[in-house]
Every structure is written in C-alpha cells, then in structure tokens.
Design a protein around this ligand. Structure first.
Ligand code: HEC
Ligand code: HEC
Length: 475
C-alpha cells in the first residue's frame, strides 16, 4: 500500500533519475556533438581552413588524425606524414590547406574545397612550393587519403592502447577525455571508417586508380545518392574554380552537368562528405562569393611578347571560337563525337542520375534543379591555363606543347604529381628521375585515361605551335 511518504520518496527518486539522465544527455551532447564553428575573418583563410560541414558526419577526431601517420608510416607512399599524399602544408599550421579543424564535441578534422582546388608550383626542386588557391591541384591524392584511413582501420594496431600511447606522448589529455577516447571515440572512429569503406567506397577497387590531382565522379552517385553501381568509370581531373564572374552562363563541370555555379558548389560539399543535415550553406555561399572575383594567376616567368603576339593571331583563327571569352562556343558543350576525347567521363553521368539528383534534396531550401546529362565536354575559357596542367578533362596530356601534337606523338606514359614547372613545354615536369620518384605513373592505355582527340592545331607548322603556346601563357 503506498502512503503519502513512499509516494513522495518515489517522486524524489524519479526526479533524481531524470536529472541524472538530463545531465548525462547534456554531457554527451557537449562532449560529442556540440558544434563550435571556427570563423576566419579573411575569405582566403576561410577557403583554406574553413568548415563546409564535413566534420560531424565524416570528420576524424583531431588527436587520432594527428598520430595515425606516426603509427602507420608504412601505409603512406613516402615520408612526411600527410605531405606524402600531396597535401599543401603551410609552415606553422595545425593542418594542411584544404583540411579543417573544428569542434564537434571534440576537435575533428574534415576536408574542404581547397584540398583539391589548390595547386603547388616550384621553379626548381630546391625551391619552397608556392601555393595557388582556386587552381586545380596536380598533387593531392584524395584517393590516397581515404585509402590510408581504410588501411589504418583494418590494422590491428588501430586500437585504444596503441593510439592513446601515441596521443599521450604529445598531449596532456584530461582524464575525462582519456576515458572517452579509450572506450568510445577510438572504437567508434575505427568502426566508422570501416563502414565508410563498405558503404560509400565499395565500388572503388573495381575502378582505375585516380592518381594525384584527379578523382572519380562515382561518389556523387554511389556515396551521396546511393544509386546502384553501374560499373562506369568517372575518372576526372580537378578543374580551376577562379574568376567565376567571367564564367557566368557557362556550363559547369567537364561535361557541363550543371548550369549554375551555386549548385556546383553545394553538390561538391556533399561529395566531399557533408550530408543533408550537416552541409554548411552560409560557409559555401562565402566561398562562392570569394571565387567570383578571385583572379586567375598570371604566368610567373618571362614571356616572349613578340612571339606571343604572333601566337595570338593563330589562336584567334584556330581556337578563339571555342576558348576565348565571348567565343560562339565558349562555355558550351562540344559533342564527344566532335572533340574525340576519352568518353568514359561523359558516359558516367546519365540523365537518370541527373533526374534523381534534381529531386534528391526536395524540401530543402537548397534543393537541386539544374543537373543534366550531356553528350560531350565543355569548351572552357582558358584563363590561367598555364597552371591547369595536365590537360583535358582526364588530365591525360602533360603540357600545352604535347596537346598540339597528334595522339601518336603525345606521351603514352608520364608521371603526374611532381610540381616543378616546365617553362619550355608549359606544364609540370612529367618525366625524369625526380618526377618518377615522387609522381604517379599515368598510363594512357588504362580505361578512362586515353589521350586521344582534340586534334585542333596539331597540323600547324612548328613555329606557329611555339607561338601559340607562348600566347597561352599570357591568358
Ligand atoms: C576531392 C577533390 C575535390 C574537392 C574536395 C572539391 N572539388 Fe571541386 N572539383 C573536383 C573535380 C575532380 C572537378 C571536375 C569534375 C568533373 O569532371 O566534372 C571539380 C569541379 C568543380 C567545379 C566546376 C568548375 C567548372 O568550371 O566547371 C566547381 C565550381 C567546384 N569543383 C567547386 C568546388 C567547391 C566549392 C568545393 C568545396 C565545397 C569543391 N569543389 C571541392 C574535385 C574536388
Ligand atoms: C570546336 C571547339 C574547339 C576548338 C576549335 C578548340 N578546342 Fe580546345 N577544347 C575543346 C573542348 C571541348 C575541350 C575539352 C575536351 C576534354 O576535356 O575532353 C578543349 C580543351 C582544351 C584545353 C584543355 C583545357 C584544360 O584545362 O585542360 C586546351 C589547353 C585547349 N583546348 C586548347 C585549344 C587550342 C590551343 C586550340 C586551337 C589550336 C583549341 N583548343 C581549339 C574545344 C575546342
């Protein structure tokens, strides 16, 4: 029988239990989910290090991220930690350009646009690299990064004892955090990485290696939309994203799969790991606003002005209709049957996927409406083209000089990912001992890698070709 006393005791116990549960809930939220955005006053710093919303769903806890290369140097392609994956690391920063450190409960590391859209250039092997924001990276190994994480998570040394020992050797962690890392965060991170591999990247082993400065477009359909595997190859070179105001009205992406910059920007964040609920639209709007007037960088070496002037005349007669601002076909899609380049990338994005993406985010204020399928590749404006090597949508031709040769004379095998600039050919050094040692062996015989097609200018006299290359350095 319940007396008023026992009833009030039960009520008190219930209250205590509720308070404890609320406290535990708050503690869990605070320690694991609370997002503290880092604001960078300069738009440039924001581009380099600002979050686009990747950390909550796909971030790696900072302290784990930091010690992984120390525990598993054998799983990286060379010494130097993440630099071995072609990341651009500025002196004194906690993470490389294109990586973010943001608190979601604990500090977590994500990636942003700058990981792929920042180039590094050296004049001689002895120089420090100069970084160019908005340029296509020819060095960053996006695939190498995810493969490194997968390989670490598969290794039995990815355990709380080993990882905590490494962390505590460099950082004095509070006992609460130690407890959380040991029993929750480390086991959960391992599981999350392995799950990402089987759920989002199961298709990857069947596809050719991307190599540095390239990706495969499959994540749009497999990871973001979860469309069934159609076994197509989406190998593609990273593109320049500067000077977007001058590109307004152009088709975006190599095959022109979208007509608006805003949707290209937002969908890129999803492919980079953000989700419907985590995507940071204000941050992306800020990036986009900054890209509008980010100038294409000037060629930093000497240009023979007289030769370039002769080249301009050749360009105007042979190339301008497709490549000059204001050209009749500039920014439009040229059918692959006409341009003749490798067709894997264009076949990879069918109308059914475009339709699916146009409904995928229905109900969200940022839903997509402008995705489409095309039958070819965009004839891009050539602003800053000197820095966009290797050339064509799949990055299959190492230099501008090589692009003006017929396919038989273009290199069949070359090395990508070495950042010393070759002023004579206009591109990066792509052969020789150093390029071979640090670069990725690009074989044009691999499906998706063909260097065929785009034969414009290939039968010009040698003097005209030289002049044309000199002129393109001025763009
Ligand atoms: C993992 C590497 C990677 C990351 C990260 C990345 N991109 Fe890209 N981006 C690419 C590649 C590769 C292409 C070319 C794809 C194709 O074939 O269409 C591209 C193309 C683009 C284009 C189309 C350019 C044009 O002129 O048509 C835009 C715009 C763009 N990216 C913006 C962004 C923004 C903004 C972010 C960050 C939210 C971002 N990208 C993140 C690799 C990346
Ligand atoms: C009929 C239109 C057309 C003409 C004419 C044309 N191009 Fe192109 N160009 C394209 C297309 C389309 C692409 C993209 C092809 C691809 O990536 O597969 C392209 C790509 C390029 C690229 C690679 C850009 C990059 O960022 O990778 C360069 C450089 C280039 N063209 C230079 C020239 C030069 C020089 C001429 C004149 C001798 C010329 N083009 C004539 C349509 C044209």
């Amino acid at each position: 029988m319940s007396t008023p006393q026992t009833r009030s005791r039960r009520l008190r116990i219930l209250l205590v239990v509720l308070l404890l549960a609320a406290g535990a809930g708050f503690f869990t939220w605070w320690k694991l989910f609370r997002r503290v955005p880092t604001y960078y006053a300069s738009p440039e710093e924001h581009f380099k290090y600002g979050s686009i919303g990747v950390e909550a769903p796909a971030g790696i806890p900072y302290w784990i991220w930091l010690v992984l290369p120390r525990i598993f140097p054998d799983k990286l392609p060379g010494p130097g930690g993440y630099i071995a994956l072609g990341a651009s690391w500025e002196m004194g920063r906690e993470v490389p350009i294109g990586f973010t450190k943001e608190i979601v409960g604990i500090p977590r590391v994500g990636v942003n646009c700058a990981s792929c859209h920042t180039a590094s250039v050296r004049t001689t092997p002895a120089d420090a690299p100069k970084f160019y924001l908005g340029a296509p990276s020819s060095r960053f190994q996006a695939q190498g990064y995810v493969r490194f994480l997968f390989a670490c998570a598969h290794d039995p040394r990815f355990n709380s004892a080993t990882i905590m020992r490494e962390i505590l050797a460099i950082y004095k962690m509070s006992w609460v955090d130690r407890f959380l890392y040991r029993y929750l965060i480390i086991p959960f991170t391992k599981r999350q990485i392995l799950q990402t591999e089987t759920r989002d990247y199961y298709w990857m082993p069947e596809r050719p290696d991307w190599g540095p400065g390239r990706t495969d477009m499959n994540p749009f359909q497999r990871q973001v939309m979860r469309l069934p595997d159609d076994h197509t190859i989406g190998s593609t070179d990273v593109m320049a994203i500067w000077n977007e105001r001058a590109h307004e009205g152009f088709f975006h992406h190599s095959d022109g799969l979208n007509t608006t910059l805003v949707e290209s920007v937002r969908s890129a964040a999803l492919a980079a790991g953000a989700t419907k609920s985590s995507i940071d639209i204000p941050s992306l709007d800020r990036v986009q606003a900054w890209l509008m007037d980010l100038p294409a960088p000037k060629y930093p070496y000497a240009i023979d002005a007289a030769l370039a002037a002769r080249g301009r005349a050749v360009f105007d007669s042979q190339c301008a209709a497709c490549h000059a601002f204001g050209g009749a076909r500039t920014g439009k899609v040229v059918p692959v049957s006409e341009v003749g380049t490798d067709r894997h990338r264009v076949d990879h994005w069918p109308q059914s996927s475009a339709d699916a993406f146009n409904h995928w985010a229905d109900g969200y204020p940022w839903a997509f409406h402008h995705f489409r399928s095309s039958n070819g590749y965009v004839a891009l404006a050539l602003d800053g083209v000197w820095l966009r090597a290797p050339y064509l949508h799949n990055g299959s031709v190492p230099s501008l000089t090589d692009l003006l040769e017929p396919q038989e004379k273009r290199p069949k095998v070359f090395y990508r990912g070495y950042d010393v600039y070759d002023q004579e050919h206009a591109g990066f050094v792509s052969s020789g001992a150093e390029a071979e040692r640090t670069g990725f062996r690009y074989d044009t015989a691999v499906p998706g890698n063909s260097n065929q097609g785009h034969l414009y200018g290939t039968d010009l006299p040698a003097a005209d070709k030289r002049a044309l290359v000199e002129y393109m350095k001025t763009l």
